[in-house]
Design a protein. Structure first.
Length: 420
């Protein structure tokens, strides 16, 4: 009954879904096409496995898993879905036409049924937290095995699930298996009624990040081509509106002590590139735009990373990093990427989406939590002046990443595929 009411409500609100797409399309050109896929109208080939990852972060974590499945079972046909253009771009870049790819339809009954009927998949793998009642019920009704991998469940999300228990608890109980990142998250799923025998603590796939030596070398050479080997470079990665001015203010103070310092500012969402460029210009900084191929040569104070897929390179070319979405009420983004590049890391107080990872890095001495913009300003200046401290913190981050690897093989085992 609860899912029926949920479905009726979705149908009633479906005009708002169109308005949502229009609003996103106004802000970002990447949302201006492929609307048919959002309603299940794309023609698709049958597939054996459907793997869903929401956006870029989940997709990047899922890519090694997908590759390992392809190696273990090259006979299987795989479809990968995402919900965002950034995630879609990562799938296309990683696999070309080796996997079938489209957006996951909205959780409307007609869209989901048309989608699943075309695929006829025997297995549905959902990454992290993207749980949709009609999708899961539809897959189960067709006899598919449903797994939730690399699962996260914060206290806040668990409370929301409990609030709508009539809808969410049957959905969670219908999952065949859940590979969670931490024991605390396992406890939250059990509290919600999931059988403990279906839950496996496997760690986070994000720890299995693989950075080729060629990527590190390319970042080093890029910095050298800028003539910045002996000048401070720092990255404000995945920053949101509300953090732009904080980053620029901190950089202004840093320039008083280090006049040749360079800030690489990377907004989280492409639709914010223009706003970020405007904020930098209004602040009076000399700006270079990556999208225009402009290099931050002598005199450039800020490089705007207004392209997709290069954040890891920017971390590799830097001395220290701030991870955004944390000085605003957002939940934060992945601090493991700068840590895996050997950088000292700072974040704001709003990091609940990566709480356990943040704690590990903080306890090791890699990551500093800054409660306020003033605290971040202080961290930036102190860290900039402490060469040996940066090295020590960076090495601590590398140790955390290395010591927590192995989630990939454990989650493959949960699925029943041998690790490559």
């Amino acid at each position: 009954m609860a899912r029926l009411l949920y479905s009726v409500l979705l149908y009633l609100l479906s005009p708002l879904l169109v308005l949502y797409l229009v609003q996103r399309a106004i802000k970002s050109p990447d949302y201006r096409g492929r609307w048919g896929e959002r309603f299940g109208f794309k023609a698709l080939m049958p597939t054996d496995i459907l793997i869903h990852s929401v956006s870029m972060g989940e997709t990047l974590a899922a890519i090694p898993l997908i590759r390992a499945i392809m190696v273990a079972r090259p006979d299987l046909r795989i479809t990968v879905t995402t919900s965002s253009p950034t995630g879609s771009a990562e799938v296309i870049k990683a696999f070309d036409d080796r996997v079938q790819h489209c957006y996951l339809p909205f959780d409307l009954g007609f869209a989901v049924n048309r989608f699943l009927n075309q695929l006829g998949c025997a297995e549905l793998i959902i990454m992290e937290t993207e749980l949709w009642p009609n999708l899961i019920a539809g897959a189960r009704a067709r006899g598919a095995r449903v797994s939730l991998l690399n699962a996260r469940l914060s206290e806040k999300s668990a409370a929301s699930y409990q609030k709508f228990a009539a809808l969410t608890v049957p959905m969670l109980k219908s999952l065949d298996q859940i590979a969670v990142q931490t024991a605390k998250e396992a406890e939250r799923f059990v509290t919600l009624g999931v059988d403990a025998s279906r839950i496996h603590v496997c760690g986070s796939l994000k720890f299995d990040i693989q950075i080729p030596a060629s990527r590190r070398e390319a970042a080093r050479q890029l910095r050298q081509s800028w003539g910045r080997q002996d000048h401070l470079v720092w990255v404000a990665g995945s920053v949101h509106p509300g953090e732009f001015d904080t980053m620029l203010s901190a950089h202004r103070q840093l320039l008083e002590r280090f006049p040749e310092a360079l800030l690489i500012m990377v907004p989280r969402h492409p639709e914010q590139f223009t706003n970020a460029a405007r904020a930098i210009g209004d602040s009076g900084f000399k700006l270079a735009l990556r999208s225009e191929g402009e290099a931050p040569t002598a005199g450039t104070q800020v490089l705007l990373g207004d392209t997709m897929g290069e954040l890891l390179t920017w971390y590799g070319a830097a001395d220290m990093a701030f991870v955004g979405g944390t000085l605003v009420v957002n939940g934060g983004h992945n601090p493991l990427e700068p840590a895996a590049m050997g950088l000292p890391v700072a974040m704001g107080p709003n990091h609940w989406d990566f709480k356990e990872i943040t704690q590990l890095l903080q306890q090791a001495g890699n990551l500093t939590l800054c409660a306020t913009p003033d605290a971040f300003n202080h961290w930036l200046l102190i860290t900039a002046q402490d060469n040996s401290g940066r090295l020590t913190a960076g090495e601590a981050g590398l140790r955390v990443v290395e010591s927590n690897r192995g989630a990939l093989s454990r989650q493959l085992a949960v699925l029943g595929y041998a690790a490559a």
